[in-house]
Design a binder for this molecule. Structure first.
Ligand code: GDP
Ligand code: K
Ligand code: MG
Length: 295
């Protein structure tokens, strides 16, 4: 039996479903998801292994025009990977036309030799006519190695997509153990889950100025409990108030919902303590970005 393996990067506008796709393929929450753009800030690798192949997925921050240093970093993280992988999954959603965002990405892709599979996501929200129209529009405008319609959320056609990806993989070694699904340290996933809940519970501009750091994570002596302390950094005093909420209600909601997800991730009871601190302008501070893992 010949074993195939390779690297695949997932690109696309914010909110088209890249993180959802990666999580559903590997069957666990590795990248956080939300209905807000700029949810994913790092390159995240996850691994999907079968008997005769292994795919390493790289989820990237959405490609968009940067507004601050963190934005610069995010765009670079997305573009750097394109030339180095075996295939690119370019994910689009149920928009009725090819918008300027997708056109921008298709321009960027023209300079790269890597085969591009167009993934038309969210087919659960499209009727056949809408799908066909969009399909023809993309086919006419782009140079794709293949086009697949899927619903990441409903896990529709994911097997078809996987088979297509395997076609583009070279014969190669099993890079990672079969049971490994991500290169992300648990501390980082924990922090990201907390950030996901902040994105979910807190509206407007506040979450975009938030960073989360897992300060401590330790199994309690003789007990089946993991104690976790995490710090939520925000940019302003007013933001701190919003995050904590009246009588601490917001923060409690964030903590409860994060704890439930973290317990699933770690397979253990969790005691989660959250602190909110102000760190002005951290998004433009190189050192802080480094400390928080954005490097
Ligand atoms: P990303 O920014 O590209 O990583 O997008 P996310 O994975 O964070 O998803 C953005 C939003 O789209 C979330 O609210 C998802 O639940 C939703 N979403 C993702 N895939 C699908 C899909 O196949 N169908 C529908 N209806 N919604 C989806
Ligand atoms: K998102
Ligand atoms: Mg994402």
């Amino acid at each position: 039996m010949t074993f195939k393996s390779g690297f695949v990067t997932i690109i696309g506008r914010p909110n088209v479903g890249k993180s959802t796709l990666m999580n559903e393929v590997v069957g666990q929450k590795i990248a956080i998801m939300s209905d807000k753009p700029q949810t994913t800030r790092n390159k995240i690798q996850s691994v999907y292994t079968e008997n005769d192949f292994q795919i390493v997925f790289i989820d990237t921050p959405g490609i968009h025009k940067p507004k601050h240093k963190l934005g610069d970093y995010m765009l670079k993280a997305a573009k750097d990977t394109l030339g180095e992988v075996d295939a690119i999954l370019f994910v689009v959603d149920d928009s009725t036309i090819i918008g300027p965002g997708d056109a921008f990405i298709m321009e960027e892709l023209k300079e790269i030799d890597t085969p591009v599979i167009l993934v038309m996501n969210k087919i659960d929200k499209m009727n056949q006519e809408q799908f066909n129209k969009l399909y023809e529009a993309y086919k006419a405008k782009g140079n794709f190695a293949d086009i697949v319609g899927i619903s990441a959320l409903e896990r529709a056609n994911l097997d078809v997509l996987i088979n297509k990806i395997v076609e583009f993989l070279p014969v190669g070694p099993q890079y990672f153990p079969a049971d490994m699904i991500t290169d992300q340290p648990e501390r980082l996933i924990v922090a990201e889950i907390i950030r996901e809940k902040i994105l979910h519970y807190i509206h407007e501009e506040v979450p975009h100025g938030v960073a989360v750091e897992t300060a401590m994570m330790k199994k309690r002596e003789g007990k089946d409990i993991i104690d976790i302390h995490a710090t939520i950094y925000c940019e302003k005093k007013s933001h701190k108030g919003i995050i904590i909420g009246k009588q601490g209600r917001k923060l409690k909601g964030v903590g409860k919902s994060a704890r439930e997800d973290i317990e699933k991730l770690l397979g253990s009871k969790v005691y989660l303590e959250l602190w909110v601190k102000i760190k002005e302008d951290w998004r433009n501070n190189q050192n802080t970005l480094k400390t928080l893992g954005y490097e």
